[in-house]
Design a protein around this ligand. Structure first.
Ligand code: ZN
Length: 610
């Protein structure tokens, strides 16, 4: 495998229309002399991703990504240059003749293509088992009981994983795949994580398997449904994350639903793979599902590329209602409008279809109403509003969903309507929503931090290490004058913790310089004066979310900082005391210090003591 000559690249680009290419992934809107869509590379609500037919390039005014057709494919499908060119060449029917050899990109390319091969092969293997194996009779019976025809099984490449995984591994190996490839593809795991010679085990046994495809139709992993009700592993099992497979960013059925979503101008989401297939077969081809049952933030973002409207069609039971609420939270935060199908108690899309037929389901979907409208009906039916605790819980629950709505006008209208229905003052409910928002913001802040700490760091500069509480305090002080002042007043008691906690110096610098928090430009300008490593530490923690109660946030964070610092100190002293070689004259001051520390910690809010 080698290098593609420049003339060929030019030829491929000349034969490719970038509008056509990007338009095959996302619906485009005309805009002046070009086209627009929501940027696939960052999260946005109004399209700033521009495609120029004249210059044959794209540019996002939000995140700055830009490039030509090759760059788009490399970015969007995570392909190496050579594969992106080949793919375009294939579209344009151009033969590629490669020269010279590049071992590094070749190795990476080969690894990825082997992973796709092994997944594609396994999908066909499982499918053959389902169709032919004498041991799969119960699986075929189950399929039939759910109304699946052979054609459906073939169209979706549904399969059955044999009870004996050794057979599966044996077949893979006889096809030339090795143990490492089986591991990398998430098809097997080591019996003993630390011992590469311990042999492989498989989580795929005696389940129905559903291949999961990426955007371009390669099998990248599996979702499997257990067949025995006594199986304790959860209804659905997914491939663990691999280079190709990330369950929170793949939607089941998307490849088949994409066109219909564009045509019908909305997406239907249901809970599981089986429901999705049943829906497609009944003609609801705009249906997708999250993998497993969880619908994530990333799923919502992906959907937003294709449509602005979603109708949730989940099971009519309490688990379905809870799951719908979670899906709503992610969808509304991404600016989608959401309707909810009022599925009768005890039904799911599949059972409803079986009992009432396609037309009735069509009606039910057409009658889908605004999410909160239906949710209120459902919740009120399942809540005893005379019980103060049940009522409070319901209010909390509703408020936390309303708090996530991205559109402020819609949010306020919803607050008014719900307050009326709940026989509450609008201001009272608005306050509950605002409290829920503060709690969610804090959670999101720490989740972001955790996620970014796990992200592979590609930047050349290492970020300044920063403790999460300090990071949160920095964030507060760059947001709110009140927070800065309140923290400055307590600075004396924080001298030692700030000296000894990661990022403390950075926080002190912010407090010394006090950038004008009323002016975002001033804050940005202050940030640019910092060394790159400090900027990096802050950029990961900085969000635009306002803070509901800065003083309370500062007080709690300071308490947590003090508690953590002095508990760590206590632990260090205890470790010194445990050293048998410690001379006794040094022991007594240490014991005395521990006593003082304990006295100090006793006075702190006990919620922050571990
Ligand atoms: Zn962008």
């Amino acid at each position: 495998m080698g290098r593609i000559p420049e003339e060929t690249v030019t030829e491929v680009l000349a034969a490719t229309d970038i509008v056509d290419l990007i338009g095959s992934y996302f619906p485009l809107k005309r805009s002046g002399s070009g086209f627009k869509c929501n940027c696939p590379f960052h999260n946005e609500k109004t399209p700033s991703f521009n495609i120029s037919p004249v210059y044959q390039n794209y540019k996002c005014f939000g995140c700055g990504e830009s490039g030509n057709a090759i760059g788009f494919l490399m970015n969007h499908e995570n392909l190496p240059f050579i594969d992106a060119v080949k793919k375009l060449a294939q579209r344009a029917n151009i033969q590629i003749i490669e020269d010279a050899y590049d071992p590094e990109s070749d190795k990476r390319r080969r690894k990825i293509s082997r992973l796709k091969e092994i997944n594609n092969f396994s999908a066909r293997y499982f499918h053959k088992q389902l169709m032919e194996s004498p041991d799969a009779q119960h699986a075929r019976d189950y399929m039939r009981s759910r109304g699946f025809s052979k054609d459906t099984a073939t169209k979706w490449l549904i399969g059955w994983a044999p009870k004996n995984s050794r057979e599966f591994f044996h077949t893979l190996k006889s096809e030339g795949f090795n143990g490492r490839e089986i591991l990398n593809a998430g098809l097997g795991g080591l019996r003993d994580k630390d011992n590469p010679r311990s042999g492989l085990w498989s989580k795929w046994y005696d389940q129905l398997t559903f291949p999961i495809y990426n955007d371009v139709g390669d099998v990248v992993g599996f979702s499997a449904r257990i067949l025995r009700e006594d199986d304790k592993r959860g209804k659905y099992i997914n491939t663990s994350d691999t280079v190709l497979f990330n369950k929170s960013s793949l939607l089941f059925g998307l490849g088949k639903a994409r066109k219909a979503m564009g045509k019908k101008k909305f997406a239907l989401i249901c809970e599981g793979q089986l429901d999705t297939i049943v829906m497609h077969e009944a003609g609801f081809e705009n249906t997708v599902a999250g993998l497993g049952t969880a619908f994530t933030e990333q799923h919502a973002r992906i959907l937003k590329r294709y449509t602005d409207h979603v109708t949730i069609c989940y099971d009519g039971d309490s688990a379905g209602r809870i799951a719908a609420g979670k899906a709503f939270d992610h969808l509304t935060a991404n600016g989608l409008t959401i309707k909810l199908v009022d599925m009768p108690d005890g039904h799911d899309p599949d059972s409803y279809l079986q009992e009432f037929g396609t037309e009735k389901l069509q009606e039910l979907i057409e009658q889908a109403r605004d999410f909160f409208d239906v949710k209120l009906d459902q919740e009120i039916a399942h809540t005893n509003l005379n019980s103060a605790s049940e009522r409070a819980k319901l209010l909390q629950d509703l408020a936390s969903s309303v708090a996530k709505m991205a559109d402020p006008l819609l949010q306020d209208a919803t607050i008014q309507i719900m307050a009326t229905r709940l026989r509450l003052g609008a201001d009272e409910f608005r306050q509950i929503v605002s409290n829920a928002k503060a709690v969610a913001e804090k959670q999101a802040f720490f989740e972001n931090r955790r996620a970014s700490a796990q992200e592979p760091v590609e930047a050349k500069t290492e970020s300044t290490p920063i403790d999460s509480t300090i990071a949160y305090l920095c964030h507060l002080c760059l947001k709110s004058k009140v927070a800065t002042e309140s923290l400055c007043e307590q600075l004396e008691s924080l001298y030692e913790p700030l000296q000894e906690t990661a990022g403390g110096a950075l926080l002190q610098l912010i407090l010394a310089r006090k950038p004008d928090t009323d002016s975002p430009a001033a804050v940005q300008a202050f940030l640019t004066t910092l060394p790159e490593a400090d900027q990096l530490a802050l950029s990961r923690t900085f969000t635009d979310a306002p803070t509901a109660d800065p003083i309370k946030e500062v007080t709690e964070s300071v308490t947590l900082l003090l508690a953590t610092h002095f508990q760590k100190k206590e632990a260090t002293i205890r470790a010194q005391l445990a050293d048998p070689s410690l001379p006794s004259d040094q022991m007594f001051p240490l014991v005395e210090e521990i006593k003082q520390l304990q006295e100090f910690l006793k006075n702190l809010d006990s919620r922050f003591i571990r």
